[in-house]
Design a protein around this ligand. Structure first.
Ligand SMILES: Nc1ncnc2c1ncn2[C@@H]1O[C@H](COP(=O)(O)OP(=O)(O)OP(=O)(O)O)[C@@H](O)[C@H]1O
Length: 124
């Protein structure tokens, strides 16, 4: 069966495939990504060990997702700038520094959230 509806579904499925291969490309090519993957596994193990509550899991998932998303977009911005403007330029410095700053904000939020959730477990 082919028609406008199946074509639409096929295109959506293809978009998912491209998006998944983008995640795989990020993990395979970027050493940062593997550090994030390791940290994510460790935090999930810690959450299971500490038997954190559903709302604490929600907080952990959101802040972990924020770190992944900002790191992926920062990597895209770095690569885009290296491709479009490989020579030194103060505007490129500003763009890359602010993009890296966004990752740092996400990491600081994640560390703060982790401290609030996990420190009491270890202090006990
Ligand atoms: N073309 C450029 N023009 C001006 N400053 C740049 C340029 N390229 C890099 N920089 C400066 O160097 C910093 C590091 O940039 P770079 O692209 O090497 O990122 P990185 O954080 O080292 O990434 P990675 O470790 O993933 O390679 C930038 O934040 C910016 O301050």
């Amino acid at each position: 069966m082919t028609g406008p509806k199946t074509n639409y579904l096929r295109r959506r499925l293809l978009s998912f495939r491209y998006a998944f291969s983008g995640i795989a490309a990020f993990i395979i090519t970027e050493p940062h990504a593997r550090i994030h993957a390791l940290a994510t596994v460790l935090v999930a193990a810690l959450g299971l060990y500490a038997r954190i509550t559903a709302s604490q899991w929600i907080a952990v998932v959101i802040v972990t997702g924020m770190v992944w998303i900002t790191e992926m977009l920062n990597t895209v911005i770095e690569k885009m700038m290296d491709h479009l403007s490989p020579e030194y330029h103060p505007r490129v410095k500003w763009i890359k520094d602010v993009a890296a700053g966004a990752v740092l904000v996400a990491v600081l939020v994640a560390v703060l959230t982790g401290a609030v959730i996990f420190l009491p477990v270890f202090i006990k």
